[in-house]
Design a protein around this ligand. Structure first.
Ligand SMILES: [Zn+2]
Ligand SMILES: [Zn+2]
Length: 673
């Protein structure tokens, strides 16, 4: 699929609500035309553009079922609405300054809401703005203090921010924008696109510290166009919501929670029915890959390989949580809201499920959830004793999501490289080769086990993982690296910590993991790139960026063995080579060679499985495949080998797409009964 193929589907209107689209060219011309009756009106739209999902209270999201219904149309608007020749014929979001929604401002300063907000931004203030699908926090992107203040206000010390720029020309001044990326940036779905930073992008350092990549977005609403036109400079843009909670859609909540952290709140009186974040995309092999599916995509349907005999609600994962509704021939993936809270009542999960079911007018009696008995999705499903529960293994769900999105015929081979999640043998999976169909799987291969020193919290501490591999990686026939190879690495830690990790591995081994995300973490720490994950995936991201400059480098030694009828990747020879190379070669070069090694050993493992099973269709899933260098290298190798391979594109490969996979598997099982 090419960037252009992010097309607007023509779906069964009974089951679908269109996505929110950025203002079209005609509406923009009117917005800036002093003679037009909608000149500078922030709610201008037409039948081809404007909010849809955000205002749809129920399917099919026409005006009668939209939050705009509470605005009585003036005679001029009513004329356009009923005129079949008008651009605004039957437009759900139709409005004008006489009859439609209006801006308001909450802050110490008074005056015209838009002008006051612009003045506050220009002075370096943070302003909360009611966006298409939720309140967002904005500040100017070209000064350090406002961006640092935004980091404090948002409680986000390091994770990169996205930047809103006026047009493609401005994007090209700040980043390298290949043609496919330009198409994606400019598409009416308006995702934030991750791009290589230009030499002098003019943004504050605090926007994306230490990263060669920047997320850029073009204006997604008339209001953003007006703000940028007035300011004439780029803006940092981030969701106002807290981690693990849904988008803020209520004015009262925004004023209460965001108001005290801002110069003011720029609000309006058009209610938001479906709150969500902006979509985030990256180009992989010049094709778009959604890292977060949000505004512009949600709640448009995704394909199901089997008709769901009855509605199924899939309850998703713990991190990057979403829910998904399987309805007839398609599935609706709901809004993303980050990691769930650690303990019940899982309010965000509950609300998000209620909202989606309400919007689509269904009350499902079948729930798909994780294999783990204490997983939030399982606990939530258990709250409805009369309901039917279908448990789906995490990595099978990832692979089913990729396969269903690309309409892959079963059986297929799946490579799930991911964070840790419970497997069917009691260990924590995350580096698996599975022979799949849509109802089940057989495990054919895995990565060698490593201990998680201190338990699952080790995912936050790459150094802990590295020490774990050195002290207790699975014995598969190669000797673990020892002194003097490990000297430089170990000397970075106090002796007490080393002894503590060795003791943990020896005395409280706990469940072991085959997770590739943990192996990448360990290598990031061995190379001195990151010892801690300040946010999920931080070490992995920085390892990839260190490697990116070197591209597809020669692989390091690797080893593939057979254990209990499984192909097992023994990571130890590779770790030994990483340590040896790091003594005299640049860190980035070793990181690049490590990426090539994982791609090469994966292709070798797949080749063995393909010969054994006669299956040549391959699906990649799991958060590790957000890594462009690894994914591109592996897809290149597989293409050279004659395989048909695909990776998640419209359904995120990370846990944001997991509920879709759960819905796919559950409906396939129902259909098979
Ligand atoms: Zn329009
Ligand atoms: Zn009107």
């Amino acid at each position: 699929m090419t960037a252009a193929a992010f097309h607007l589907d023509d779906n069964d209107p009974r089951h679908s609500i269109p996505a929110d689209l950025a203002p079209c060219r005609d509406c923009l011309r009117e917005l800036f035309d002093p003679a037009d009756r909608r000149h500078r009106y922030p709610f201008i739209s037409c039948a081809d553009c404007g909010p849809r999902a955000a205002i749809a209270e129920q399917v099919p999201g026409d005006r009668a079922h939209a939050t705009t219904a509470r605005f009585l149309m003036c005679p001029a608007c009513a004329g356009e609405y009923t005129d079949p020749d008008s651009r605004r014929h039957r437009c759900a979001s139709l409005a004008c300054p006489d009859c439609g929604p209006r801006l308001s401002w909450y802050g110490t300063e008074t005056g015209d809401p838009l002008d006051t907000a612009v003045r506050a931004l220009r002075r370096g203030g943070i302003v909360a703005v009611k966006g298409v699908a939720g309140y967002q926090l904005l500040c100017v992107a070209d000064r350090e203090e406002p961006v640092r203040a935004l980091r404090v206000a948002k409680g986000r010390p390091a994770k990169p921010f996205a930047v809103l720029v006026a047009d493609l020309a401005a994007a090209r001044r700040s980043a390298v924008v290949p043609p496919e990326a330009a198409l994606l940036l400019y598409s009416p779905r308006r995702p934030t696109v991750l791009l290589r930073r230009g030499a002098e992008d003019g943004f504050a350092m605090a926007v994306a510290p230490d990263l060669p990549e920047i997320g850029l977005a073009l204006p997604q609403s008339p209001l953003q166009h007006l703000l940028l036109a007035e300011l004439g400079r780029p803006l940092v843009l981030t969701a106002g919501r807290r981690e693990g909670q849904g988008a803020i859609t209520e004015e009262e909540v925004a004023v209460r929670e965001l108001g005290p952290r801002c110069a003011g709140v720029l609000s309006h009186d058009l209610p938001i029915a479906l709150g969500q974040d902006d979509s985030v995309a990256r180009l992989v092999r010049r094709r778009p890959m959604l890292l977060r599916r949000g505004r512009g995509h949600t709640p448009e349907p995704l394909p199901l390989p089997y008709l769901a005999p009855e509605p199924v609600l899939a309850l998703g994962s713990r991190s990057d949580h979403t829910v998904c509704l399987a309805l007839g021939e398609s599935a609706v993936l709901g809004p993303h809201h980050g990691a769930l809270e650690a303990m019940p009542p899982f309010t965000a999960l509950h609300r998000s499920a209620e909202l989606l079911c309400h919007q689509f007018g269904v009350a499902p009696k079948v729930f798909a959830h994780d294999l783990h008995p204490r997983h939030p999705s399982t606990l939530h499903a258990l709250r409805r004793p009369s309901a039917r529960r279908i448990a789906v293994q995490h990595h099978h769900a990832h692979l089913a999501a990729t396969a269903a999105e690309h309409r892959v015929r079963a059986p297929f081979l799946g490579l799930a490289y991911d964070e840790i999640a419970l497997g069917d043998d009691g260990t924590l999976w995350g580096g698996e080769l599975l022979l799949c169909d849509y109802t089940g799987y057989r495990r054919l291969g895995r990565f060698g086990h490593a201990p998680l020193p201190g338990g699952p919290s080790a995912v936050r501490h790459p150094a802990q993982m590295a020490l774990g591999y050195l002290a207790g990686s699975e014995m598969l026939g190669s000797a673990r690296p020892t002194l003097p190879l490990t000297k430089a690495f170990l000397s970075r830690f106090p002796p007490g910590r080393l002894a503590a990790v060795r003791r943990m591995v020896r005395e409280r081994p706990g469940p072991v993991t085959s997770s590739v995300a943990r192996l990448f973490d360990a290598v990031a720490s061995l190379l001195g790139i990151r010892d801690e994950n300040g946010y999920p995936g931080e070490a992995l991201l920085h390892l990839e960026h260190a490697a990116a400059r070197y591209g597809r480098a020669p692989a390091l030694p690797w080893r593939l063995v057979r254990r209990d009828d499984l192909h097992v990747v023994d990571p130890v020879p590779t770790l030994r080579a990483v340590l040896a190379q790091a003594q005299h070669r640049p860190v980035g070069e070793v990181a690049a060679r490590f990426h090539s090694t994982v791609a090469e050993v994966s292709a070798a493992m797949l080749a063995k499985a393909a010969r054994r099973t006669g299956v040549w269709r391959i699906c990649l899933g799991g958060s590790v495949f957000q890594n462009r260098l690894l994914t591109e290298t592996l897809l290149d190798l597989l293409a050279e080998g004659g395989y048909q391979a695909c990776v998640g594109s419209l359904a995120p490969v990370n846990d944001g797409g997991l509920s879709y996979g759960q819905a796919v598997v559950a409906s396939a099982r129902l259909a098979a009964e």
